[in-house]
Design a protein around this ligand. Sequence first.
Ligand SMILES: [Zn+2]
Length: 61
Amino acid sequence: MLTRTELRTPQRRECERCDREEVWDAADGCWRITTDDGERRTGNSHCIHEWDIDGTFRSYE
Ligand SMILES: [Zn+2]
């Protein structure tokens, strides 16, 4: 029998174009930009991000 405890694992996504990286903040229900050695992985704000998502992918179109 499957449990739902796996949902506690943070989801992560990375843009294949500009290297922006975000993690899903389940507490606030929004994506947050990750920080790598004090440097925010903001990527290019004008980029049409193409996310490479690990694990479960859900489309919101
Ligand atoms: Zn991008």
